[in-house]
Design a protein around this ligand. Structure first.
Ligand code: UFG
Length: 343
């Protein structure tokens, strides 16, 4: 299939692009490079051994998005499916800038869906998040739980999911996948592509990696008085390569299904605490990870993880990489690229 990958130069997008190419799909990347570097695409091309078409576009611009689809037809390679990664993703920033988050994450989706509608493209894979489960007391999340959010970022995911559900009801020729990611970490085994957060990392794994490489002095552990194995927060970490494989599996499966819309958790199902991740990273890197326990981070949930059995069963997919492999691959990327991608 010819697949438009929005946000294809970003962290999860880039790993998915590579796996799509390996699976013999053809790819068009659309990215505004607001949170990604062009050198990520250069490296992708090196790894793939082929050039990859890239369009720098602001997808909130409906006319520009429509033109992307028209140009693909004019070039003899019409877009047949879309994987929509593009979006703002920092929870804390979304609280400070709600309008920017609602505008960007909703408008990009509307533009893409409208362009798809105009051109009769019906296969759509959406980057959703486990954040849509809100604060359910049941820690193991299943797809049938109610959705709710605790941040503007989270609400954009809940809202887009609802838009897609309504679309699937209105027209059952759509084939839509909502992929709810748990905590993506790790990097491609080559160490050439990985997560490159701008500024201070919000997430645990990139922060730990920057401490290990000497860019930061110590990790702040946000609370050790939760009702968990060691008092620290518990999450389901999933290797980005497993996550990318989940996208390829979903893309290849939706066209064969009767359902206009399918929801799948993409997680490992294995909970890990903050201190367990720190210990695994110290083992993988051979470096000490200094840390200090500080008060809880407002808005954090104590513990949750995926029940991935629906994706295992319906996609024939499962996350296979262990936390040690996630840390080893993160470390390879971080130690080979201490300052992330070159400008
Ligand atoms: N943590 C620390 N110190 C840090 C960063 C994180 O102790 O510097 C802890 C957090 O308190 C939490 C765990 O590490 O217990 C994981 O935190 P992350 O920030 O890495 O991930 P979250 O689970 O908070 O956030 C992730 C995604 C969001 C998504 C959210 C809810 O990054 O996009 O899950 O599903 F919204």
């Amino acid at each position: 299939m010819r697949v438009l990958v929005t946000g294809g130069a970003g962290y999860i997008g880039s790993h998915t692009v590579l796996q799509l190419l390996v699976a013999n799909h053809s790819v068009l990347i659309a990215d505004d490079f607001s949170n990604a570097k062009p050198s990520a695409v250069t490296r992708l091309e090196e790894l793939a051994g082929q050039s990859i078409p890239v369009c720098r576009v602001d997808l909130t611009d409906e006319a520009a998005t429509l033109a992307l689809f028209d140009d693909a037809i004019a070039g003899g390679q019409p877009i047949e499916a879309v994987i929509h990664f593009a979006g703002f993703k920092a929870v804390g920033e979304s609280v400070a800038k709600p309008l920017a988050y609602y505008r960007n994450n909703l408008d990009t989706t509307f533009s893409v869906l409208r362009a798809m509608d105009v051109h009769g493209v019906r296969q759509f894979v959406f980057s959703s998040s486990a954040t849509v489960y809100g604060e359910n007391p049941v820690r193991e999340r299943t797809e049938d739980m109610p959705t709710y959010a605790t941040s503007p970022y989270g609400w954009t995911k809940v809202m887009v999911e609802q838009v897609l559900r309504d679309l699937a009801v209105a027209d059952d020729s759509w084939r839509i996948a909502l992929l709810r990611y748990f905590n993506p970490v790790g990097a491609h085994a080559s160490g050439r592509i990985g997560e490159d957060p701008s500024g201070l990392p919000n997430n645990l794994m990139p922060f730990v990696a920057q401490v290990a490489v000497g860019r930061r002095e110590k990790l702040a552990v946000f609370g050790d008085d939760y009702d968990t194995v060691d008092g620290t927060g518990v999450r389901d970490y999933i290797h980005v390569e497993d996550l990318a494989a989940g996208h390829v599996a979903a893309l290849e499966r939706i066209g064969l299904r009767d359902d206009a819309l399918s929801v799948w958790n993409l997680g490992s199902g294995h909970p890990e605490s903050v201190l367990e991740v720190v210990a695994a990273f110290a083992r993988a890197s051979g470096r000490e990870i200094p840390y200090e326990v500080v008060p809880r981070r407002p808005g954090d949930v104590d513990a949750y993880w995926a029940n991935p059995s629906k994706a295992n069963r319906e996609l024939g997919w499962s996350a296979t990489r262990t936390i040690d492999e996630m840390c080893a691959d993160t470390w390879r990327w971080q130690s080979q690229n201490p300052n992330g991608y070159p400008d």
